[in-house]
Design a protein. Structure first.
Length: 93
């Protein structure tokens, strides 16, 4: 007789982060068009991410000026993050 399987536990998770969006569109092909994301965590506002045609701009909780990240730099950062996660996953196996 096969062994009985246990029912999987269901877990409920509480939302830790919330994001609100603002879109400023004069014309999609013009400078100044951007999507702004306000990112909030359990301790209040974490920062603001502005996504434009030329770059991303990150303003942290206590920063006065935004940090400019070019699309090329952002792609490199994401590639590095993805490859480090892959290496970490393989190390655990």
């Amino acid at each position: 007789m096969p062994a009985k399987r246990r029912a999987a536990k269901t877990t409920t998770s509480r939302r830790v982060h919330s994001v609100s969006a603002r879109l400023s569109v004069t014309r999609l092909s013009r400078a100044g068009t951007a999507l702004t994301l306000d990112i909030h965590g359990g301790d209040g506002k974490l920062g603001e991410l502005e996504i434009g045609r030329g770059a991303l701009y990150w303003t942290g909780r206590n920063q006065r000026e935004a940090k400019r990240i070019s699309w090329t730099r952002f792609a490199d950062m994401m590639d590095d993050l993805a490859s480090s996660n892959l290496r970490a996953r393989r190390a655990r196996e």
